[in-house]
Write a protein that binds this ligand. Structure first.
Ligand code: XMP
Ligand code: MG
Length: 183
């Protein structure tokens, strides 16, 4: 697996430090709020949310949503489909959406509007990675891990054809590890 990685973009250590920093900020910002629901977007945000909530010193609830935005390809289709919705009603709750990466912003902008229509008390966005150069729609990121250039990255939850999610760092694949869909 490691032989498929061209370059480590963000190390395990850098991620660990960032988790502490973000968890601290979120704890301070939400300390007077009741009913905080942290919503992880499957599957990419799974490692991030699992580690992040350990640094949030508040009795938050956790739930997950699954949406499809990418098939086997590395390009956004612009089509967002809900594969798994939240388990409970969010009216009056303080929602913190946790994403792995914001690229075009289409996925999150759709999710944001959909959750907003359910009348939560507030909605904020936390993303581990941001590729601002690829943005197609405006999105306000409240908590950001790392801004990255326009590379397709894998690891720490992010996949290529469902693989490499289990790498403990964020890396760039070697071109020979990137095969056209279906091969
Ligand atoms: P949009 O374009 O809607 O896309 O902001 C967000 C989703 O696209 C996936 N994505 C990536 N996945 N490496 C990945 O493994 C990447 O470099 C990458 N860029 C976008 C990801 O699922 C994210 O939630
Ligand atoms: Mg994702």
């Amino acid at each position: 697996m490691l032989e498929d990685i061209k370059e480590v973009l963000i190390t395990e250590e850098e991620i660990k430090n960032k988790l502490r920093e973000l968890g601290g900020k979120i704890t301070r910002d939400y300390k007077d709020k009741d009913d905080v629901l942290v919503v992880g977007v499957l599957k990419g945000a799974v490692l991030f949310i699992a580690d992040l909530i350990r640094h949030i010193q508040l009795p938050v609830q956790v739930d997950f949503m699954a949406v499809s935005s990418y098939g086997a390809s590395t390009k956004s289709s612009g089509v967002v489909r809900i594969l798994k919705d939240l388990d409970e009603d969010i009216e009056g709750k303080n929602i913190l959406i946790v994403e792995d990466i914001i690229d075009s912003g289409l996925t999150l902008s759709y999710l944001y509007s959909m959750l907003k229509s359910r009348k939560p008390a507030s909605i904020k966005i936390c993303t581990l990675l941001d590729k601002p150069s690829r943005r197609k729609v405006d999105i306000k990121v409240d908590y950001l891990g790392f801004e990255i250039p326009d590379f397709f990255v894998v690891g720490y939850g992010l996949d290529y054809n469902e693989k490499y999610r289990n790498l403990p760092f964020i890396g760039i694949l070697k071109p020979e590890a990137v095969k056209p869909a279906g091969e």
